[in-house]
Design a protein around this ligand. Structure first.
Ligand SMILES: Cc1cc2nc3c(=O)[nH]c(=O)nc-3n(C[C@H](O)[C@H](O)[C@H](O)COP(=O)(O)O)c2cc1C
Length: 208
């Protein structure tokens, strides 16, 4: 059982999304029949940002492997590491703050790195097919305001679309909203998020 825990907050300490992601992992881990068999990999994109998809990176990707310069090979290898890590994961837990109504740039860079044609998705005569199947995904979403189920929440539709495109359709969400709306609202939001974590459906995971 491989659990991949991904943080994307710019904050090292005091990040609510990272703390909630950690708690989800703890819950999943504690529910396993053989917790000692689990391998937890933590990738903190805030501390170790993945490079953006710029022109040099695109050129490296579209150059056949045997013709790449050492610099191009090294750039592609960085993406390969993230893809291999994700392919190996049975469970993926994402901590995702809302930044200016979108996902943090380091998380977008991660998504650009893991979305690779013929590796993590492919187009068939019937349309696109995601190749990262059979994974369970949990996402801890933190926001200063309250946007759940409103048109302003572009994060959730985006994440669900791109994850499903890659084959990850089993996605459960945990929200902590209103974190900037005063200490009382913050405490309530965090308590509610913990309650959502306690209620996550993990029975199938245990049975698998
Ligand atoms: C640069 C920046 C942009 C933000 N943009 C939004 C936003 O668009 N909507 C919102 O509700 N909260 C916004 N917030 C508040 C964060 O979502 C909130 O503080 C969240 O807890 C941050 O996640 P973290 O605790 O994991 O660091 C923003 C915070 C920062 C630092």
């Amino acid at each position: 059982m491989n659990i991949l825990q991904i943080h994307s907050s710019a904050r090292a300490d005091g990040s609510h999304s990272s703390r909630l992601a950690r708690r989800i992992v703890e819950r999943v881990h504690a529910s396993l029949p053989e917790p000692s068999d689990a391998r937890i990999t933590v990738r903190d994109l805030g501390r170790t940002p993945h490079p953006e998809l710029n022109e040099a990176a695109l050129q490296a990707l579209f150059t056949p492997a045997e013709q790449r310069t050492p610099a191009q090979a090294a750039r592609v290898a960085l993406d390969d590491t993230l893809i291999t890590e994700l392919q190996a994961a049975d469970v993926v837990v994402l901590g995702v703050p809302m930044y200016n109504f979108g996902v943090p740039a380091p998380l977008k860079n991660w998504i650009d790195a893991i979305s690779r044609a013929k590796v993590t998705f492919q187009y068939t005569a019937n349309g696109p097919e995601g190749l990262l199947k059979g994974k369970k995904v949990y996402i801890a979403l933190t926001r200063g305001g309250q946007y759940r189920n409103t048109p302003a929440d572009t994060q959730v539709p985006y994440l669900q679309t791109v994850l499903s495109f890659l084959g990850m359709t089993d996605v459960q969400l945990v929200y902590a909203e209103g974190l900037a709306m005063g200490p009382e609202a913050e405490q309530q939001a965090l308590a509610l998020a913990q309650a959502q974590i306690d209620e996550l459906v993990i029975e199938e995971l245990v049975a698998a």
